[in-house]
Design a protein around this ligand. Structure first.
Ligand SMILES: Nc1nc2c(c(=O)[nH]1)N[C@H]1C(S)=C(S)[C@@H](COP(=O)(O)OP(=O)(O)OC[C@H]3O[C@@H](n4cnc5c(=O)[nH]c(N)nc54)[C@H](O)[C@@H]3O)O[C@H]1N2
Ligand SMILES: Nc1nc2c(c(=O)[nH]1)N[C@H]1C(S)=C(S)[C@@H](COP(=O)(O)OP(=O)(O)OC[C@H]3O[C@@H](n4cnc5c(=O)[nH]c(N)nc54)[C@H](O)[C@@H]3O)O[C@H]1N2
Ligand SMILES: [Mo]
Length: 759
């Protein structure tokens, strides 16, 4: 039976503006601690304050201006809640009951305040002391046959200090098993960029955004996920830079934006147009667009010498001839079919590109979570390189990072494939032999747990059980572990989908005072523009028994390894000593403790930004990959019943990854629900579906495992034919474990082959 349509018409007001202010106030009030939350907000991203845990966008650096956004408000209010999940909470609810709660209800229960232990016999978590908790971990770790049976997961919020200590502990213990959220996020950017230009991170700074003639935004929804970026884009747009959006959906934040910090725009209900140019490809079609742009550029260069930057290509690049051949052999018919754009749209993009001297390409998950993401990122770089748009002011590549310190975590050694230089530096500094073989990434860790080859899972933050693909397999994998340990601020799925035993170790949040014997500590983080700066919380901790992430990692390390080789407790007592260690081991942290005294921190040198190419050829490498033979949407279109569709899983406006703040997605017109699937009008007609119909989504895979999710409501939406969108993590059960990006292992969260079946 079809149900009436009850989603509201799409949001027409600009992103930001009064809607954002209204929503911010709502979330502050819901935190039940609004005075504290407001006080906290004023310190966000300010010198002497703390780094907003919301996202990794760089600080504006505008003196005297508040620097936070609606979704930063939600993140901060979420941490400043007055509710507590303490021993009495766990006496009330046993683990079986908690398993039945949804993600929103689990997290909204409040802040974790005491170490808790689930012994696998009693259904209730029991309070334990910190030392008891460390002894339990030590007991399990000592029983392992090999250090590689332990997994050390990291989410991207951990500070440089905590992450450095954590990887040091894991490596002295004897493993490189450091799966992290980056494996599911920007891994493809790291791999592709390193191959092409010898550095795995963005080459631009905030200053480049103020100089660019054009900014192309691929597969990214800044209005929701990086709202402070809209302020940067607004400024660029106002001074006449062209903003070009390439997105499967017409995201409100990319169209127009009213800056809550501009009194004029607020009072006059006016706004700034962000993207004058908007292109909506099919899922996974961006590599084809870029190849089309390259083809157009090559054709134009025959009559116009200024189209290609030949001096740059000749002096700095390798493999240009092979790339030219690859361009020539790619046919327009394939480009058009695969991208879902017309030839004239691609020519228009090429016009915009060649008529701008300084161009930045930014991108996020719409690019990194496909099967061919690494090749796609290399194609982004190819097109930038054709016009010398790397390593010149106002131009470059900007993978916009997710978690606020995910980039810093990688810089200080969270990596299952550490470089030999890094391992050698550790060996030299600490006089031990670090494990030389690679460790496991996130997906391989799940397989290892399923195969009982990994037995202990420890997580420094995050929500592994909910964020990973193939939810049912992941639950099973975790249940095989002898022990799962989560260092967390809030209750989540990973605390209830446990190993045979489980520990919850509650930690301080970013906004809280971190007192150690040498005094209040600050920590450091790195943003998407390679700026490292300090962050110090000012709030009273949510509980007297909470420990910092650094103290927890040091406590585990000291219990397992003792203080002989490395004096963990001395490092914990004064974090400046950890920074001295980082400085001694990792190049470019010279005078670390001095440098972070600067108001806005310091910049980590980026070799590609100065046109030094840290690649095997010592040049910037053109990649000559062919387009994928067929994308999911092309296979689907040619299937006999044509009922296969491509699903992307994405974020609503009211969530931070697996933390669900609320049930609305204001800009997309969705209120009070999350189990919705966006469908194109023609597909609905063809498949005989009506708005409001309730469907089961089945995914199609090569491993014969049946995967489905039920009770999703059809929402008619402006989305290319053959493409669907639905929220994560509700749809994670659909993502086959073996469906990962070539050469980097990221789950294909943005291109899942599915069928819709009416319930
Ligand atoms: N408030 C808030 N902020 C966040 C987060 C959060 O959950 N909430 N998460 C943080 C994290 S960890 C990350 S990684 C970032 C994520 O930031 P985003 O990458 O913006 O996150 P998604 O919601 O996954 O959005 C993907 C966007 O890409 C588009 N897209 C999908 N597939 C394609 C494609 O094939 N081609 C093109 N051109 N477009 C496509 C989608 O329509 C959508 O607009 O945000 C960070 N910031
Ligand atoms: N289907 C689908 N799946 C995806 C994605 C997608 O687009 N689609 N995106 C992927 C991406 S880009 C990412 S980055 C991953 C995210 O994966 P994770 O980083 O593992 O997940 P989060 O939801 O960010 O983790 C939330 C939990 O972190 C804890 N936490 C919050 N703040 C702190 C803190 O300061 N310290 C500590 N120790 N803990 C804290 C809280 O307990 C909270 O419940 O998900 C991936 N999964
Ligand atoms: Mo992410």
């Amino acid at each position: 039976m079809s149900k009436p349509i009850d989603n509201k018409p799409p949001y027409n007001a600009p992103a930001g503006g009064w809607g954002a202010l209204k929503s911010s106030v709502k979330h502050l009030i819901q935190s039940e601690n609004s005075a504290l939350a407001v006080k906290t907000l004023l310190r966000a991203n300010q010198p002497g304050g703390f780094d907003c845990p919301g996202c990794a966008w760089g600080d504006s650096g505008d003196a005297g201006k508040v620097d936070f956004c609606e979704n930063g408000v939600k993140a901060i209010a979420w941490e400043a809640t007055s509710k507590r999940v303490d021993a009495s909470f766990f006496k009330q609810y046993d683990i079986d009951e908690l398993k039945t709660w949804d993600d929103h209800s689990l997290e909204k229960s409040g802040r974790l305040t005491q170490p808790m232990f689930y012994d696998g016999v009693n259904k209730y978590y029991q309070a334990v002391s910190w030392q008891q908790a460390f002894n339990i971990i030590n007991g399990h770790i000592s029983a392992l046959d090999s250090p590689d049976e332990a997994l050390f997961y990291t989410s991207g919020r951990a500070s440089n200090e905590a992450a450095y200590l954590y990887q040091l502990f894991g490596r002295v213990f004897g493993t490189n098993n450091f799966p992290d959220c980056s494996n599911m996020c920007h891994e493809a950017s790291g791999v592709g960029m390193t191959r092409s230009i010898g550095v795995g991170k963005g080459t631009v700074t905030m200053d480049d955004f103020s100089k660019a003639d054009a900014i192309f935004i691929f597969g990214q929804n800044p209005g929701t996920n990086h709202p402070r970026m809209l302020g940067t884009l607004r400024k660029a747009s106002k001074r006449g830079a062209k903003i070009v959006a390439i997105n499967t959906l017409k995201e409100q934040g990319l169209k127009k934006f009213a800056d809550p910090q501009s009194p004029k725009e607020m009072i006059l209900f006016s706004s700034t147009t962000i993207s004058q140019y908007y292109f909506t490809p099919k899922l996974g079609g961006d590599m084809a667009i870029l190849r089309g742009m390259a083809k157009s550029l090559l054709a134009r260069s025959e009559t116009d010498d200024s189209v290609l930057d030949m001096p740059f290509i000749e002096q700095h690049c390798h493999n240009f001839e092979a790339y030219k051949d690859a361009i020539t052999s790619t046919k327009w018919a394939q480009i058009i079919r695969q991208s879902g754009l017309s030839r004239s749209e691609i020519e228009k993009m090429s016009d915009l590109y060649v008529h701008s001297n300084k161009v930045i390409f930014t991108w996020a998950m719409g690019i990194t979570q496909h099967k061919h993401s690494v090749a796609m990122i290399q194609e982004l770089l190819n097109v930038l390189m054709l016009r010398g748009n790397i390593g010149k002011p106002g131009a470059g590549a900007c993978p916009v990072r997710g978690h606020s310190n995910v980039q810093g975590n990688r810089t200080v050694g969270i990596n299952e494939h550490p470089s030999q230089d890094f391992l050698d530096a550790l060996a030299q500094r600490y006089h031990f032999t670090p494990p030389q073989h690679s460790g496991l990434n996130t997906v391989d860790s799940i397989t290892a747990m399923l195969d009982k080859k990994a037995k202990i899972f420890i997580a420094l933050g995050g929500n592994f059980a909910a964020a990973t693909p193939d939810t049912m397999q992941t639950y099973q994998a975790l249940s095989h572990c002898e022990l799962t340990v989560n260092i967390s601020t809030k209750l989540n799925r990973s605390h209830v989908m446990t190993g045979k035993q489980s520990l919850i170790l509650p930690c301080l949040g970013r906004t809280e005072i971190d007192q150690q014997v040498s005094g209040a500590q600050h920590i450091t983080v790195e943003d998407s523009m390679s700026m490292v700066h300090r962050s110090a919380g000012q709030n009273k901790p949510a509980g007297a028994d909470l420990r910092s992430e650094v103290a927890i990692v040091a406590g585990i390390a000291q219990t397992v390894l003792g203080n002989e080789l490395i004096n963990w407790s001395a490092l914990k007592d004064d974090y400046s000593r950890i920074r001295d260690e980082i400085e001694a081991v990792i190049p470019s942290f010279t005078d670390y403790n001095q440098q972070i005294k600067k108001e806005r921190g310091f910049y980590l040198q980026n070799s590609a930004a100065i046109r030094a190419w840290n690649t095997s050829t010592n040049k910037a490498n053109f990649s000559a990959a062919a387009l994928p033979e067929m994308l999911v949407h092309e296979i689907a279109a040619s299937s006999p019943s044509a009922d296969v569709l491509t699903l992307q899983t994405l974020r609503s406006h009211d969530q931070y990854n697996t933390s669900i703040y609320g049930m609305d997605d204001r800009y997309r017109g969705i209120f009070n629900e999350r189990r919705v699937v966006f469908v194109n009008q023609d597909d609905m007609k063809r498949l005989n579906l009506l708005a409001g119909d309730i469907v089961t989504i089945h995914s199609i895979s090569t491993d014969n495992i049946k995967r489905s999710v039920t009770d999703f409501k059809i929402v008619q939406y402006d989305i290319p034919a053959g493409c669907l969108a639905a929220y994560y993590p509700e749809t994670n059960p659909l993502v086959p474990l073996n469906s990962v990006a070539t050469d980097c292992g990221t789950p294909t969260y943005k291109s899942i082959a599915v069928r819709l079946v009416k319930q």
